[in-house]
Design a protein around this ligand. Structure first.
Ligand code: ATP
Length: 885
């Protein structure tokens, strides 16, 4: 790193680092990386898989199970010890695998949205991952960029940086490239430096990197780097809280059953084992981890479809979004602009209609090339599409922007910003200093004092202004973006914002940015899904309305509103007006926040797009902040909870569909887990209350917990989005997952699975009684003693199989069609592997001993199959009847 770089001139720093304005060569990059280190901060410590595995044992129930296993061993019941050991181990393995998988997906997601930086290397501007920056690199920074490393400014145009992360100062600091004499300056006073972790709020500039990674000012303050850990999502939190409450209830039930068993003089160890197994089987410990897994899998799918989730809670938010506020340019439109018409010297011309023999036409075209930062070559196109369109326009007249810019050197500039809506440059045109400006017509018209209509500049008259405004309206109503061009002679060498006045109007240029072909369908899809689409744009109201009408956002029932009109409204008045408004034009970032808040006040969940440096607050305020991956600033990406890699509105709509289906899958998986557990508890409770022997042996409960819980639940989580999710209204954001209807469904499904289980138990019990009678034992003894093996085997088999089959029910809320039945191979894998394991423990002799099952008659096997199918048949019939209603 270079010490006190601010005390050296830019040239000194460059030569110390053996580089110049064209940047490092590939070889130098490697040399500097090994000499000065890489731009990485102490890697976040990854928890090792061993620790994750061990942490699976840190659970109250597991401890009790382990104690039970030890007791069993002491008492010589080695089979029980073995079973518990296997169950606990498998549980831990499964938990570890799930944890690692989820973590893997989330890390991959994070990598996809890692910050980027622009550097000049070997003469080219390239975009690289911030962590690949090295000392000596030339960083190109502009409004909205995060600074990736400390750097000494080589050039700065109206540059301002927000350094609050470093200095605590909330006002933006002005930056320039002048060298400073004083030593020991604090970062806040080093006006010719930019610092890692801060961001640019205004202007642009170039800086040579002087320190990276832990040598940066930010790196020195280690505490700042401990990134806040992602909190649990609201759904995870509420499920966790619910799971805890449920666990207490189940523990109470298990305690009651323990007491009853003791009262009936069961051996204490057996009673403990039974109650513990019941608790283990009934407490849905997988609830919150199912959410994590389904979210992780879902976000991977979304990333493949160009929506990168940066904060997991956004997925839940997406599921309930009822308003999408979208930018126009680039999101609803293609952001591929081309000049269609020009208005100069009172003539409206086609794009190829300029007459370069005329001084005015030539001047217009020249300033379109000069007041412009874009470059288009055969290999690459760099810059803002509005400006690219102007450069392309020059090509129609065989003008090369680089040659013109070389001929008429730029002396100073005022970069474009979307609040000012203007850009100006100062160029040396044949020895004369000319300031050229371009920008929004309504803004420019207030700043022109003269007009050149071919005969030289003269004071502009109200008539001229009316004519220009009429022309602007006419062109805008065709959906064209109209820019005004003006110029003036200039004395100084450094432009300042107040110089954008007393200009001479030269002409208008109208360009077309066609809507994306998919926007219209996406808007229709939103309409069907009960989602309002709103266009919020910096563009002119007439242009915006024309495009919005074309796409279907603006219809007769809605209106378009200007940002300036929002200013006159109170928050209450705005709330009244937002439901009627579909287009907001000439909007500033502050208006965006107010619009989001107004919708939220009305009880809506809002998705809001943003790309600029000032959009961050609105993105944070919205329920789902959406940043643009291609054109968005790093600051907006950082504030957003979702980034679109293709900047496309249709991607947001697909993400909403995914969000809805992920939420649905989570809800279905939770319903599956809870209904199965309910069935088990109801069966045990019923048997206890009716004075019957326990319907299951502890190993049965452990087996059910392991085999019928996780696998089908994960398969349900993997369910692909149903088309139907987008023909329903959005879910109310305040509606909890575990609502009354949800509870009713869980109870109903649990009840019928429980009843089927109890029927099997009764059938088995009768068979046991008959057998006991045949063998001459007392009937009473059979009912209470250990010879209820057939009954237990049948109850166990039915509960297990019924839950496996119920896994298919739970994949959807409605009737299960044949096509749907076969559309998810994971649910079949879960079902078949579960069934095979069940068959193994029921049919293979040594396993029978361990799992306390007995061989049954053919008739009994058929009865098991029938009874296990029964709940699903009933559920399907009920759903079909309900669907018909
Ligand atoms: P959206 O907010 O939908 O992305 P937008 O791109 O039109 O819309 P801004 O980029 O804020 O929004 O532009 C606002 C206005 O500034 C434009 O309508 C145009 O008149 C003017 N403008 C845009 N780009 C430039 C530029 N490079 N130079 C000068 N003026 C520009």
């Amino acid at each position: 790193m270079i010490d006190e770089a601010y005390r050296k001139t830019a040239e000194e720093v460059l030569s110390l680092l053996e580089t110049d304005g064209s940047g490092l060569s590939e070889k130098q990059v490697e040399t500097n990386r090994s000499r000065y280190g890489s731009n990485a901060f102490g890697e976040e410590k990854r928890v090792s898989p061993v620790l994750i595995f061990l942490s699976q044992f840190n659970d109250f129930l597991i401890w009790i199970l382990l104690v039970a296993a030890i007791l069993s061993a002491v008492l010589g019941k080695l089979e029980s010890t073995l079973v518990i050991a296997v169950v606990v181990l498998l549980n831990a393995v499964l938990g570890t695998v799930q944890h690692l998988k989820a973590e893997q997906s989330l890390t991959a997601l994070k990598a996809m949205s890692s910050p980027q930086a622009r550097v000049i290397r070997g003469g080219d501007v390239i975009t690289i991952d911030s962590q690949n920056i090295v000392v000596g690199d030339i960083m190109a920074v502009e409004a909205g960029d995060f600074i990736a490393a400390d750097g000494r400014l080589i050039s700065a145009y109206s540059l301002k940086a927000d350094e609050s992360a470093l200095t605590g100062e909330s006002l933006s600091a002005e930056k320039d490239n002048e060298h400073l004499e004083k030593s020991n300056l604090s970062p806040g006073d080093q006006s010719n430096m930019v610092f890692s972790g801060t961001h640019i709020t205004y202007g642009r500039g170039l800086a040579v990197v002087t320190a990276v990674g832990e040598s940066t000012e930010l790196g020195k303050i280690a505490s700042l780097l401990s990134q806040a850990k992602e909190k649990q999502t609201p759904l995870q939190r509420s499920l966790d809280a619910f799971g805890k409450k449920l666990a207490i209830i189940i523990l109470a039930i298990a305690a009651v059953i323990f007491a009853m068993n003791i009262y009936r003089s069961s051996p204490v160890l057996d009673a403990i084992m039974f109650s513990v197994s019941l608790a283990v089987a009934a407490i849905p410990e997988a609830l919150s981890s199912i959410v994590t897994i389904v979210l992780a899998i879902g976000t991977r799918r979304m990333a493949q479809e160009n929506a990168i989730i940066r904060r997991l809670h956004a997925v839940e938010g997406l599921g309930s979004v009822s308003v999408i506020c979208s930018d126009k340019t680039g999101t609803l439109t293609q952001n591929k602009m081309s000049v269609r018409q020009a208005y100069v010297g009172g003539r409206l011309l086609a794009e190829n209609g300029l007459d370069l023999e005329q001084k005015l036409d030539k001047h217009l075209l020249n300033i379109a090339m000069l007041c412009n930062d874009s470059i288009t070559t055969d290999v690459q196109v760099i810059g803002d599409p509005t400006e690219v369109a102007l450069v392309d326009w020059g090509e129609v007249y065989k003008l090369d922007e680089l040659i013109i810019r070389d001929k008429y050197q730029r002396i100073s500039e005022l970069p474009f910003d979307s609040e000012r809506k203007l850009m100006s440059t100062l160029n040396d045109i044949d020895g004369q200093k000319i300031m050229a400006a371009k920008g929004a017509v309504d803004v420019m018209i207030k700043r022109v004092k003269y007009i050149d209509d071919g005969q030289g500049a003269r004071p502009i008259k109200p008539d001229d202004i009316t004519r220009i405004e009429k022309m602007n309206a006419q062109l805008s109503s065709q959906g064209l973006r109209v820019l005004a061009f003006a110029s003036r002679e200039y004395e100084g060498t450094e432009l300042s914002l107040k110089d954008e006045n007393e200009l001479t109007f030269i002409g208008l240029v109208a360009m077309m940015d066609p809507p994306r072909p998919e926007s219209r369908d996406a808007v229709t899809a939103c309409h069907r899904a009960g989602i309002r689409t709103i266009m919020i744009t910096g563009d002119h109201i007439v242009t915006a309305s024309a495009i919005a009408r074309d796409i279907g956002i603006l219809t007769d029932e809605y209106q378009a509103l200007k940002g300036s009109e929002i200013e006159t409204l109170s928050d209450k008045e705005l709330e009244e007006i937002v439901p009627r408004t579909a287009v907001y034009a000439r909007v500033s970032p502050e208006h965006k926040i107010r619009i989001v808040k107004a919708w939220q006040q009305l009880g809506h969940a809002v998705a809001m797009t943003g790309d600029g440096v000032n959009d961050a607050p609105a993105l944070k305020q919205s329920d789902v902040g959406v940043a643009m991956g291609i054109t968005g600033t790093e600051v907006s990406k950082d504030a957003a909870s979702m980034v679109l890699t293709d900047d496309n509105f249709a991607t947001i709509v697909r993400a909403v569909s995914n969000g809805r289906s992920i939420y649905r899958n989570i809800s279905n998986a939770v319903q599956f887990l809870l209904s199965g557990n309910t069935a088990g508890i109801l069966a045990v409770l019923f048997a206890s209350l009716a004075g019957l022997p326990a319907p299951f042996a502890p190993v049965h409960l452990l087996f059910i917990n392991l085999v019928t819980d996780s696998l089908p639940a994960i398969a349900i989580g993997l369910e692909k989005p149903e088309e139907a999710v987008m023909s329903e209204p959005p879910r109310n954001i305040n509606e909890p997952l575990l609502n009354k209807k949800f509870a009713q469904t869980v109870l109903f499904q649990g009840l019928i699975i429980g009843i089927a289980t109890m029927i099997a138990f009764y059938i088995g019990l009768n068979a046991d009684l008959m057998e006991a009678a045949v063998m001459g034992a007392s009937a009473n003894g059979a009912a209470n003693g250990s010879s209820s093996m057939t009954a237990a085997t049948m109850a166990f088999a039915v509960l297990c199989l019924a839950r496996l089959i119920h896994g298919f029910n739970s994949r959807t809320q409605g009737p299960l069609s044949l096509r749907k039945l076969f559309s998810n191979k994971f649910s079949w894998i879960a079902f078949l592997s579960g069934s095979l394991l069940l068959a193994a423990v029921m049919l293979i002799r040594p396993l029978q001993n361990v799992f306390e099952t007995v061989s049954l008659t053919m008739e009994q096997y058929l009865q098991i199959a029938g009874l296990a199918l029964l709940p699903t048949i009933i559920i399907q019939i009920v759903r079909r009847l309900m669907a018909r209603r």
